[in-house]
Ligand binder design. Structure first.
Ligand SMILES: Cc1cc2nc3c(=O)[nH]c(=O)nc-3n(C[C@H](O)[C@H](O)[C@H](O)COP(=O)(O)O)c2cc1C
Length: 223
C-alpha cells in the first residue's frame, strides 16, 4: 500500500484547495491512499516559543506522520502572487529543528497543487514553493502542474469538485505521484538501502493532540 499524506494550505471552511484535496483522496488508484491531515492546530512560528518549549505538539505530530508516509500532496492557495502566510508558516514549523529536516522531507516525494477563483489557478504560488521544497531536500514532482482555476464554478454545495477535471487532471496527477513513489522505492531497493521513511503500518502517530482531522472542503488542468 502506498500512503500519501494530503495537506491543504487553507483553513477556510469552504476552501477550494481543501475541496481539491478531498477529490484527490477519492480518486487514488487501487493499492494507494491519500490521508488528509490538517495544519489548523499549528500556531504562528515564534523562535522564543521554540527555544523555551521546542516544537509544538501538532507540529511534531504532523512531522512524524509525513516522515512515515510515502509522499506528500500539498494543495495550497495563492495570495498576492505567492504562497499564503498560513501555508508557509506551517511548512516553516515543520522544518524545525533543522537537524530533523532530512527525516521529514529528505528525499520525500512531494507534489504541489492549488486552486483559485481566478484564471491562473495558483501558477505563481506553485512556482514560489519550488525553492522552499528544494531547500528542504524533498523529491519534488515538477513535471507538470495541477492548476484548478475558476474554482468557484467547480465546487458544488457540498464542497465537492464537479466536472470532468476529476477524472482527467486530478486522476492524472495522483497516478503520476504514485508512479514517483514506486520509482523511488525501486531506486532505493537497487541501492540496497530502503529509506527509513517507509516502515509500513499506520501513518498517524496517535499522539495526544494529533487528530488527523479532515478539512472539508473552472477548470482543472495539468500544465
Ligand atoms: C490576501 C489574499 C490575496 C490573494 N491573492 C490572490 C492571488 O494573488 N492570486 C489568486 O489567484 N487569488 C488570490 N486570492 C484569492 C484566493 O485565491 C481565494 O481567496 C481562494 O479562495 C483561497 O483559497 P481557499 O478557497 O482554498 O481558501 C487572494 C486572497 C486573499 C485573501
Amino acid at each position: 500500500m502506498v500512503t500519501l499524506i494530503g495537506v491543504s494550505g487553507s483553513l477556510r471552511r469552504g476552501s477550494y484547495n481543501s475541496a481539491v484535496l478531498q477529490a484527490a483522496a477519492a480518486l487514488m488508484p487501487a493499492g494507494s491512499e491519500l490521508r488528509i491531515e490538517s495544519i489548523a492546530g499549528i500556531p504562528l512560528y515564534n523562535g522564543d516559543v521554540e527555544s523555551a518549549s521546542g516544537v509544538p505538539g501538532p507540529v511534531s505530530c504532523l512531522k512524524d506522520v509525513i516522515a512515515a508516509a510515502d509522499g506528500l500532496l500539498f494543495v495550497a492557495p495563492e495570495y498576492n502572487n505567492s504562497m499564503s502566510g498560513v501555508a508557509k508558516n506551517a511548512i516553516d514549523w515543520l522544518s524545525r529543528p533543522p537537524a530533523d529536516i532530512a527525516r521529514v522531507f529528505g528525499g520525500k516525494p512531494v507534489a504541489i497543487a492549488g486552486a483559485s477563483p481566478g484564471g491562473f489557478g495558483t501558477t505563481l504560488s506553485q512556482a514560489a514553493w519550488l525553492p522552499v521544497f528544494k531547500t528542504l531536500g524533498a523529491d519534488l514532482y515538477s513535471r507538470s502542474r495541477l492548476l484548478v482555476s475558476r474554482a468557484g464554478t467547480l465546487v458544488d454545495a457540498n464542497g465537492e469538485i464537479t466536472g470532468a477535471c476529476r477524472a482527467s487532471a486530478i486522476d492524472g496527477h495522483n497516478t503520476a505521484a504514485r508512479r514517483r513513489v514506486h520509482r523511488r522505492r525501486r531506486d532505493s531497493r537497487s541501492r540496497g538501502s530502503r529509506r527509513r521513511t517507509r516502515r509500513g503500518g499506520d501513518a498517524r502517530c496517535g499522539r495526544d493532540g494529533c487528530t488527523g482531522s479532515s478539512p472539508r472542503g473552472g477548470r482543472c488542468r495539468r500544465a
